[in-house]
Design a protein around this ligand. Structure first.
Ligand code: IMP
Ligand code: MG
Length: 176
């Protein structure tokens, strides 16, 4: 689709290649034990769907809703759990799957919350990382792509709930 408000930063094909690589890494790193994939709604929904199909070992899947941004392009700085896990994670390997790490406020808060539930280990997979914007340190074990400080949409990511269905990751042009 040719959308005048967006320009492609990472193509569908590049995303699919990289997600398959990340899946192979996760498969190799978790040879045994229970693996619970925790997808962060809503932005990570496509990444979760593709990554779980690229992980070739048994896994369980749950979702968590977190909001930190509200509307617009800047973070409110406030993190809120809008949907908690349905599953217990005590003793399990947990793989948090997030769309993008920006300031790191959301993920550092989330790791703190989940660690209190005594999982065996927690690792993070993030499709995108904007390292320039980091305010809180976050260790991303599986990073898809590091990107510059631009606001991006597509492949699950939104701007005020639009653009989530785009196949590519696109830069949203100024004034959009
Ligand atoms: P953080 O707490 O600043 O790391 O924010 C992470 C969250 O902000 C992500 O889960 C996204 O929902 C949102 N976000 C950050 N940058 C972008 C972007 O470029 N496009 C869309 N959403 C973004
Ligand atoms: Mg998000």
């Amino acid at each position: 689709m040719n959308n005048p408000q967006t320009s492609v930063l990472i193509s569908d094909a590049q995303i699919q290649d990289r997600v398959r690589e990340l899946g192979r890494m996760v498969t190799k790193d978790f040879p045994d034990g229970e693996l619970i994939v925790v997808g962060i709604l809503k932005g990570a929904f496509m990444f979760v769907a593709d990554l779980t199909r690229a992980i070739e070992r048994p896994l369980k899947l749950d979702f968590m809703g977190i909001s930190s941004y509200g509307r617009g392009k800047t973070s409110s700085g406030e993190v809120k759990v809008t949907k908690d896990l349905d599953m217990q994670i005590e003793g399990a390997n947990v793989l948090i799957v997030e769309d993008i790490v920006d300031t790191g406020v959301t993920l550092s808060y989330l790791v703190g919350v989940l660690n209190q539930r005594k999982p065996r280990a927690i690792r993070i997979a993030a499709l995108l990382d904007k390292p320039d914007r980091r305010l809180r340190p976050v260790h991303v074990a599986y990073c898809g792509f590091q990107i510059p400080d631009e606001f991006v949409v597509g492949y699950g990511l939104d701007f005020d709930e639009d653009y989530r269905g785009l196949k590519d990751i696109c830069i949203l042009k100024e004034g959009a």
